[in-house]
Write a protein that binds this ligand. Structure first.
Ligand SMILES: Cc1cc2nc3c(=O)[nH]c(=O)nc-3n(C[C@H](O)[C@H](O)[C@H](O)COP(=O)(O)OP(=O)(O)OC[C@H]3O[C@@H](n4cnc5c(N)ncnc54)[C@H](O)[C@@H]3O)c2cc1C
Length: 391
């Protein structure tokens, strides 16, 4: 049976979030960028709406929703405030990692506060010399009695300036490549942790930056799962975050298209509405068509994940094309709105800057194409060493 419909409950959730996004997020979307602040009160508000804990079980304060429902949240919040979609994506990725791999004690300590929005967690993998080649990280975690001592720099980290803690990936066995990486929960308040923000082109309210680890003593209980298993734990999580990122970007692009359709229906040139000229309507149609196709691939990927079926290449395809086609659509919308859309009075220029960030974050187009090539052509034709079995 092939069924493309959402459940009644999912439609209700979509409507609730759509209203919230339009009424409460969209009017302030550009405010946080202009003021350069992370609106923590809205992360809490998303906690009240059950959005932060979608992938956290009910017994740990979450809503225990499925992945398709989580995708609906990513898309709808993306329409109102692209930067708040990080709350959907990061909390789903981190919630799953903690819930699936961490000890009972860590779950009880962190999951309820992530779900409520009282605590913000970031995920710290990238380093100055290792991005796409994530297995090449250099940060180390050395066991010393009942603690691990962490050293290194994590760069490009979302919520670096806002987070209460980070899931940090570091080498516990540097000789073993990706099979020597472990994951730890590192509270930002620990001695030796220093966070510095960047001046980014977009995603400003996310407070991206570097996290410096200087002889940080992390209690051994903060190790997530087993030693040296950190890489495989997070790689599975990327299959979810990449689908969500696609929908976040599509939400921002669909909103831009809706706004642009209103504009071209009412704005006249040469005595007629702009919408009557096919040079105006066809680009809108082209972008809308592309976005619709990617949207359904994204929900298909989430549906496969809900059924524990393979979805790695679907996820990579959505991460590759979703941000790219969304960025192109928003760019076109900006042009169709004329000079005024080039000002900061309208949200389009910010949406463009924001969405471009996620053409890089969580894996570039090439990184995702490498994942698909490995699947459809074969791992024996990889251009890189087999250091990372799951990538
Ligand atoms: C908005 C944003 C948010 C982010 N958030 C986080 C976060 O929360 N946590 C985190 O750990 N990181 C985060 N990052 C970092 C991000 O994951 C990395 O930037 C990304 O993986 C690319 O790594 P890099 O920047 O080092 O580029 P590089 O790996 O140096 O790549 C540079 C270019 O070369 C290409 N390239 C590299 N290798 C190959 C190859 N073998 N074949 C073809 N092309 C190749 C890449 O596609 C890219 O175009 C974020 C980045 C951004 C922009």
């Amino acid at each position: 049976m092939l069924n493309f419909s959402f459940t009644e409950e999912q439609e209700y959730f979509r409507k609730m979030l759509s209203d919230f996004s339009k009424d409460e997020l969209l009017p302030n979307y550009t405010k946080w960028d202009k003021e350069g602040i992370t609106p923590k009160h809205l992360w809490r508000k998303l906690g009240d709406l059950g959005v932060n804990g979608l992938r956290i079980p009910v017994e740990y304060g979450g809503s225990g929703a499925d992945c398709v429902t989580t995708g609906i949240a990513a898309e709808e919040i993306g329409r109102g405030d692209f930067n708040l979609t990080y709350a959907v994506m990061l909390n789903s990725l981190i919630g799953e990692i903690i819930n699936n791999h961490a000890s009972e004690e860590l779950k009880q300590k962190w999951l309820p506060e992530i779900a409520s929005g009282d605590k913000i967690l970031g995920i710290a993998i990238t380093e100055p010399a290792a991005g796409t080649d994530a297995a090449g990280i250099k940060a180390t975690a050395v066991k010393n009695n009942d603690a691990y001592v962490l050293n290194g720099e994590k760069s490009g980290i979302s919520v670096a300036t806002a987070a209460d803690a980070f899931i940090v990936f570091a080498k516990t066995d540097p000789e073993k490549g990706n099979r020597g990486i472990s994951a730890f929960i590192v509270p930002a308040e620990l001695a030796g942790v220093e966070c510095k923000g960047y001046e980014d082109m977009g995603n400003v309210p996310i407070g991206r930056g570097s996290v410096y680890l200087n002889d940080v003593e992390v209690p051994e209980e903060y190790l997530i799962g087993l030693e040296n298993k950190g890489f495989s734990q997070v790689m599975n999580g990327f299959d979810l975050s990449r689908l969500l990122i696609g929908l976040q970007c599509l939400g921002a692009a669909f909103q831009s298209i809706d706004e642009t359709i209103e504009h071209v229906k009412t704005r006249h040139s040469f005595g007629k509405p702009l919408a009557t000229y096919q040079a105006v309507s066809f680009p809108i149609v082209t972008h809308h068509t592309q976005l619709e196709m990617i949207k359904w691939q994204a929900y298909r990927g989430l549906w496969l994940r809900d059924r524990e079926l393979k979805h790695t290449k679907e996820s990579a395809s959505v991460k590759w094309l979703g941000p790219k086609c969304s960025q192109e659509a928003i760019h076109e919308c900006l042009l169709l709105n004329g000079h005024y859309a080039y000002t900061k009075e309208m949200p389009l220029e910010q949406r463009l800057r924001d969405v471009i960030g996620l053409e890089i974050g969580d894996g570039t187009a090439q990184a995702n194409q490498m994942v698909i090539a490995k699947d459809i052509i074969g791992k024996e034709f990889r251009s890189y060493e087999s250091a990372s079995p799951s990538k």
